[in-house]
Structure formats: structure tokens, C-alpha cells
Design a protein around this ligand. Structure first.
Ligand code: DHB
Ligand code: FE
Length: 279
């Protein structure tokens, strides 16, 4: 049976991707961040998952305001990097896992999560930056990728509670898949950040640290936190954190914390990373 061997929560800050692409990981500004993420890179190099399910939000790259799926799953064979305005990132095209992705789509839909099926999808920084965080700059991604998009761009976004339940349904689906794939699930986005308006640049370290703590120890309570609290405390883009709850829902109630880090600054965003396994 396929198996979820771990979960990673990470920010998907675009300048992190740009720093990797332009060889600036050793610059004084970036070196402390890249030193702090090394344990997660070591963990995934050891764990060697066959598949990463990357839960992220598309930032008007593949979707636009004309079409906004609440939840979408990429079932294609290839996912090229999107052109977000400066040309596509120079990262490999991700290979999908259509068989597992279709199994997930069927299982989730029969489990009453009405997924949008994306046969074609270009993956933007929401997906490619977390892959770079974990795998650096390889010529091929060392795992298959199943992108799973959550709308957190246009109100109304799904609730944290629904995202947590989606994670639980993903777990049931992977457990029922008759392959022997090792799967890691990534919940991306956040942490506190606001990119526009009066509070642009907002960072709330206390909220971010409490979020990570509750994600580990009291995920059910964290899942009940509403949109208004995320937006008030973590800024308008802090709502991206609900995607970490999808990852957490796919793990057992009790988890073993492998690694946790928090770093400011990376761009205008509070940057966190957590690596969890089932206890
Ligand atoms: C930025 C964009 C994001 O999607 C994000 O999650 C964090 C930062 C940015 O443009 O700086
Ligand atoms: Fe984002």
C-alpha cells in the first residue's frame, strides 16, 4: 500500500526561488535562511519520497479571476513552471503521477470533496519554491509531483476546518492506493504577510510561533480558527496558512516533530518551515 511518510509545512516566498536561481544562497542576506533549512533538505534526502503532493495556491498563473476552483488536483503527466512575468523559473518540469492523482481525485470526490480536475497546469512559485526549498537546484526533481491547489486568493477561501478534513481524506485515499509509493505531503504558503494596503509588510512572530505550536499539538483547535483571525493577526495573505492544515490533516493525531524553524526576514514575509512524521 502507498504510505504517507511525512509532512512538510513551508512558506513559498518567491525571492527564495530567485535567490536559488541566481546562485545567491551564500549571500549575507540569504545564508542564515539557507543554513536553517538544511536539516529539512537532509531529511528529504534520507526519506526519498517517490511522490510529493504539493498543496499550494496558484497566484493567478494557471487560473485567473475568470476561473477560481476552490480545490483542484493536477492529474497530468507533466507540469511546466509558469511564466509569472519574468519568464518561467529555470527549474525542471515536474513529472506528475497520473495514476495516483486520478485515484486521489476519485477517492476525494466519492468522499464528497468536489475537486476540480486539472489535466493541464503550469506550476507557479507556490509549488516550485517549496520544491526548491527541499531539493535545491537539481536537473530533474527527484520525485513525482501531484499539485493540489487551494483558492486563498479570492474571497471566500475554504475554512481551515475544511482544509484539515481534506487532509484526512487525502490520507484515506493514499492508504487505499495499491502501490508501494512513499508519499510526502507539503502544505505551503504563509506565514504572516500582507503584500498590499495600509498594513503591507505586516509580520506577527507571536502568531506564527503559536500557529506552528498548535499545528503540532492541537491541530483540531487550530482547524477551528476562522478567516477573520488569520487576516487580523497574520495579514491578508496570512490566510495561506490554512494550506498547512491540509498537510497536518494527512498525518496522525500524534506526530513526531523532526524539525522546526522560523526566519525573518525573507522579503516581506515571515518564513517558517516544519517537518513532521507520524508518531
Ligand atoms: C510573496 C508572494 C507570495 O505568494 C507569498 O506567499 C509570499 C510573498 C511576495 O510577492 O513577496
Ligand atoms: Fe503565496
Amino acid at each position: 500500500m502507498a504510505k504517507i511518510i511525512g509532512g512538510v509545512g513551508t512558506s513559498h516566498v518567491p525571492p527564495v526561488g530567485a535567490a536559488i536561481d541566481s546562485g545567491r544562497q551564500g549571500d549575507p542576506y540569504w545564508a542564515p535562511y539557507f543554513e536553517k533549512i538544511q536539516p529539512a533538505r537532509d531529511w528529504i534526502a534520507e526519506a526519498r519520497p517517490d511522490v510529493c503532493i504539493v498543496v499550494y495556491n496558484d497566484h493567478a498563473s494557471s487560473f485567473s479571476l475568470e476561473l477560481i476552483p476552490t480545490f483542484a488536483i493536477g492529474v497530468g503527466a507533466k507540469f511546466p513552471p509558469a511564466d509569472e512575468g519574468y519568464g518561467p523559473r529555470k527549474v525542471p518540469t515536474a513529472d506528475g503521477h497520473p495514476e495516483l492523482a486520478w485515484h486521489l481525485a476519485e477517492s476525494l470526490i466519492f468522499d464528497e470533496f468536489d475537486m476540480t480536475i486539472a489535466n493541464e497546469l503550469q506550476i507557479d512559485h507556490g509549488c516550485t519554491v517549496p520544491l526548491s526549498v527541499l531539493y535545491d537546484q537539481p536537473t530533474e526533481w527527484p520525485c513525482k509531483v501531484i499539485p493540489l491547489c487551494v483558492n486563498v486568493v479570492q474571497y471566500p477561501a475554504p475554512t481551515g476546518s475544511r482544509c484539515f478534513q481534506l487532509g484526512q481524506a487525502i490520507r484515506r485515499a493514499v492508504d487505499a492506493y495499491p502501490g508501494d509509493e512513499k508519499v510526502v505531503i507539503l502544505g505551503t504558503g504563509g506565514m504572516s504577510h500582507q503584500l498590499q494596503g495600509e498594513r503591507a509588510g505586516l509580520i506577527n512572530l507571536e502568531f506564527d510561533k503559536a500557529f506552528m505550536e498548535r499545528l503540532v499539538s492541537h491541530p483540531d483547535a487550530q482547524a477551528e480558527v476562522g478567516h477573520a483571525e488569520y487576516i487580523r493577526e497574520a495579514g491578508s495573505e496570512g490566510i495561506e496558512l490554512v494550506m498547512w492544515l491540509v498537510m497536518r490533516g494527512a498525518l496522525k493525531r500524534e506526530v513526531k516533530e523532526i524539525y522546526r524553524m522560523h526566519h525573518v526576514p525573507t522579503s516581506n514575509t515571515s518564513n517558517g518551515l516544519i517537518v513532521l512524521e507520524d508518531a
